[in-house]
Write a protein of this length. Structure first.
Length: 471
């Protein structure tokens, strides 16, 4: 049996061996990291990626086997850095955040914060990336200070702190800081400065600037100036077709309230820029829907299936929307051509057609046109007051003239009584009848199935069949 005194040297020896094993593991991981960085400097990307992968595995193993060592934070930082370098930022966030929370070494915390910010930037969380590196805005390291100012400026601008963004971005010498500064100036309402800086960036053909944000910021205050700048951007930079179409569509939306003709032209330009892409087709659909909202001639319905006739499958979901719009327009036109208001239930058909034009096609003026026709041909219809109220809701007729009609000619109508707060059973009966008709119109009648008679059975006629005379 080994005496307790004899165990002490053995235990000390085992602890020493474990510490050596831990230190050797960390040493090897650091050595691999130095080799990976050298490979990056030499342009050997594949070698660097392979080495960083090995670093991540070695560092993780060290942490797993020795979670309470004084070098654990260093190992975690090395693991997070290696994962960030290999592009696995989702996995890198955990160890980096833990170093920031638990380490008492300011150097390790700063390094972890910078690596974490890089990962947040790669994952698209620009606000978090900027706020994570605020600690470096006064860093003595110029490269780190400039990088931090650029990232923080992005975060400030995107969270509504435009003037603060302008301040920190002016202090940054990061190569992309000037583009962000132009966007921040635009968001701050300093359009003249933003446009001057934007033109300077265009002269340099700077494609890294956030041009969409610059145009959007200027467009909030001056849609015409933003549109003019967009024309220069498109000419100078020749962006990808999807990007150009998206910028043109956004420009059209800004212009619609003040310059409808130019806005519609921009939407067509967006479609022309990317005719086989979803963003291009969406632009054309937006233009058609706007024109539908303004249309007061049913002939416009005929043009929609023609305009949307050849849609490329590459347009994706936009193709579905385009086809649905074309089919709805064609169906509405057919229903309008076949509408006979004076026929039985013609007033109900007319009212439902107007609803389809208003709700499915978003064409309130065409809807009002149909309802006025029904009122002219069937003024005695029990649904006339409902149509008058629907016309009033579109703004197509002054409210006072409709109120006069409702309180005069249709004063006893269940709809008018309900409007004044009276509970009239006839109102519910009319609404139920309208709903039942709408459902029956949507559901085609089922054709009865004729089954052959069972073998040996004589067929039983369902109704008498008259004899056919001999000719």
């Amino acid at each position: 049996m080994i005496r307790p005194r004899a165990l002490l040297p053995l235990l000390a020896s085992a602890g020493f061996v474990a510490a050596c094993a831990y230190y050797n593991g960390l040493y090897n991981a650091n050595d691999l990291a130095h080799r990976a960085e050298k490979a990056e400097r030499d342009g050997r990307t594949l070698d660097a990626q392979s080495l960083w992968g090995q670093v991540a595995v070695r560092a993780e193993t060290v942490v797993a086997r020795h979670p309470h060592s004084k070098w654990t934070d260093e190992a975690r930082l090395l693991q997070g850095k290696a994962l960030e370098r290999t592009g696995d930022c989702t996995a890198a966030i955990g160890p980096l955040q833990r170093v920031m929370r638990e380490s008492g070494d300011p150097h390790l915390v700063d390094e972890a914060a910078f690596r974490l910010s890089s990962c947040q930037l790669k994952l698209g969380d620009l606000e978090a990336a900027g706020y994570t590196v605020e600690r470096f805005l006064q860093s003595p390291d110029p490269a780190r200070r400039n990088e931090a100012a650029w990232r923080a400026g992005i975060a400030y601008r995107r969270t509504g702190r435009a003037e603060e963004a302008v301040t920190v971005l002016r202090a940054s010498r990061h190569r992309q800081a000037r583009g962000e500064l132009a966007a921040a100036l635009a968001d701050a309402g300093r359009d003249a400065e933003a446009i001057a800086l934007a033109d300077s960036l265009l002269a340099e053909r700077d494609t890294t600037a956030p041009w969409g944000a610059v145009l959007s910021g200027i467009g909030q205050h001056d849609a015409a100036a933003a549109s003019a700048l967009l024309a220069r951007v498109l000419t100078r930079l020749s962006p990808l077709q999807d990007t150009a179409a998206a910028w043109l569509t956004a420009d059209a939306r800004r212009l619609l309230p003040s310059d409808e003709a130019r806005a519609l032209a921009q939407l067509e330009a967006a479609y022309s820029a990317a005719p086989a892409r979803a963003v291009g087709l969406y632009a054309r659909i937006i233009g058609l829907r706007h024109r539908l909202a303004m249309a007061d001639d049913p002939a416009f319905l005929d043009s929609i299936p023609l305009i949307l006739g050849d849609i490329e499958p590459s347009a994706g979901d936009a193709m579905i929307q385009g086809r649905q719009l074309a089919e709805a327009a064609q169906s509405a036109r057919q229903r309008l051509d076949s509408l006979v208001v004076t026929a039985p239930q013609g007033d109900i058909k007319g009212f439902l057609l107007g609803e389809a034009l208003r709700d499915s096609l978003r064409a309130p003026r065409l809807a009002a046109l149909v309802w006025r026709r029904v009122l002219a041909e069937r003024p005695e219809s029990p649904y006339a007051p409902k149509m008058l109220l629907a016309i009033a809701a579109t703004g197509a007729t002054p409210d006072d003239s409709i109120t006069t009609l409702l309180d005069g000619r249709y004063a006893g109508s269940p709809y008018v009584l309900a409007l004044h707060g009276h509970d009239d059973p006839a109102y519910r009966a009319l609404e139920d009848s309208l709903v039942r008709f709408a459902r029956s119109a949507r559901t085609p009648a089922r054709t009865p199935t004729i089954r052959p008679p069972a073998r040996g059975a004589r067929p039983t006629p369902t109704s008498p069949t008259p004899a056919t005379p001999v000719q």
